[in-house]
Design a protein around this ligand. Structure first.
Ligand SMILES: *Cc1c(COP(=O)(O)O)cnc(C)c1O
Length: 387
């Protein structure tokens, strides 16, 4: 038998510090490695597999679409793409959507839209995009520029200009930076930044500040979107309606997709030839995303809130837990004495997959995980946190 880990190490660029685990198959919230050992999943492939692995309806829709019409280019209409766009807009109240392949690509599209919107209305001089310190917006040159963490602003010079960073909560700094800005981008819960929820008061004031200046308020919901926080979009929990919302991770349920949702006033900013993506809205991917949309019912969202509360109740006052952050089924755990990375490695040995974000353990379980599997995973985690 070929040693897959050795082949991967030899031929795939070492841009990921992989765990020592080869996953062969998965169903729901449980997967198996090459030796048949089972693992409970609290990662969802970093917030992607919101329905768990290989949901029957999702897999059937994807397989059927792959055998019917796999790819056409965006020069033609296709059914799954149009139906997905309508579902997304009807559910979220947005007017139009642009489809790409990833979170970074969605954010690139949102930045382009904001700069063009401002240029169309006010001419030059308002191209600046303000983001928050400790944010994460992607790995392309421009979305690295948008990412408000110095650690990402190395090696790849020159970065795209025209970005400024403001600490969450600093309304004075925000007011100064918004003067010549076209957009503010926020994550309602900073995911990669350590599962840090935005203060509600700051979010609302920042939103009002943007509105009064006609600066676009862009919500990067690549990680928080698609039910993760217990609402379809986290913006609902904050009571604001961003001009633009970007989605990716959970939207495809396991296939690559990104989306830029735009409000009526800005939805026609990008015209024919101004933006595009070869695979954007691909029928197979869209067929899977349509199933995700259909399954993210109000009942499931209520269940996400309930299970998020269950997780928090188990962690509350547990040995080895300094604090718990996040919203819904997006959970950050600051350990008291262990390193998050060590906990993640120990968890694998114990049959559980968890993520880390900065110094926190990060949980993004499949939204559909059943109570017994969730409880079994929490048992493993609580034992490791304590030990
Ligand atoms: C993951 C993530 C991105 C980048 O998404 P990719 O699909 O990896 O390009 C952007 N923003 C946020 C908030 C994310 O969590």
């Amino acid at each position: 038998m070929d040693d897959i880990k050795a082949i991967d190490s030899q031929y795939v660029m070492h841009t990921y510090a992989r765990f020592d685990l080869l996953i062969e198959s998965g169903k729901g919230a449980v997967c198996r490695d090459d030796k048949g050992k089972e693992y409970i999943d609290f990662t969802s492939g970093i917030g992607v597999n919101c329905l768990g692995w290989c949901d029957d309806d999702w897999a059937a829709a994807v397989a059927k679409q792959a055998a019917t019409l796999s790819h056409t280019s965006n020069l033609f209409y296709t059914r799954p793409c149009a139906l997905l766009a309508r579902k997304l807009c009807e559910r979220t109240g947005y007017a139009k959507v642009f489809f790409g392949n990833s979170g970074a690509e969605a954010n690139e599209g949102a930045i382009k839209l904001a700069r063009k919107y401002s240029f169309d209305k006010y001419g030059e001089g308002r191209s600046k995009v303000v983001t928050l310190v400790n944010s994460f917006h992607g790995r392309t040159i421009s979305t690295l520029s948008a990412t408000g963490q110095d650690g990402y602003h190395k090696w790849f010079f020159p970065f795209t200009g025209g970005f400024a960073y403001v600490a969450a909560g600093d309304l004075d700094a925000l007011e100064r930076e918004l003067d010549d800005a076209c957009a503010l981008i926020v994550e309602f819960v900073q995911g990669e930044g350590g599962v840090v929820a935005l203060d509600r008061d700051f979010a609302i004031k920042a939103y009002e500040m943007c509105k009064s200046r006609d600066v676009l308020f862009i919500a990067d919901e690549v990680q928080t979107g698609m039910g993760r926080t217990g609402a379809l979009l986290a913006s609902e929990l904050y009571g604001v309606k961003p001009d633009v919302t970007t989605l990716a991770k959970g939207l495809g349920g396991g296939l690559p997709i990104g989306a830029v949702l735009a409000d009526k006033a800005v939805a026609d900013t990008l015209g024919a030839g101004m933006h595009g993506s070869t695979f954007g809205g691909n029928p197979v991917v869209a067929a899977g995303a349509n199933v995700v949309m259909d399954k993210l019912t109000d009942e499931l969202l209520a269940d996400v809130r309930r299970k998020g509360d269950l997780i928090r109740a188990r962690l509350d006052g547990a040995d080895g837990v300094a604090s718990v952050s996040g919203l819904g089924m997006m959970v950050g755990i600051l350990p008291t004495h262990k390193k998050a990375a060590d906990i993640a490695r120990e968890a694998i040995a114990g049959g559980l997959l968890v993520l880390t974000a900065k110094d926190r353990v990060r949980l993004l379980p499949p939204l559909t995980i059943d109570d017994d599997t969730l409880a079994a995973g929490m048992d493993i985690l609580i034992r490791i946190l304590r030990g």
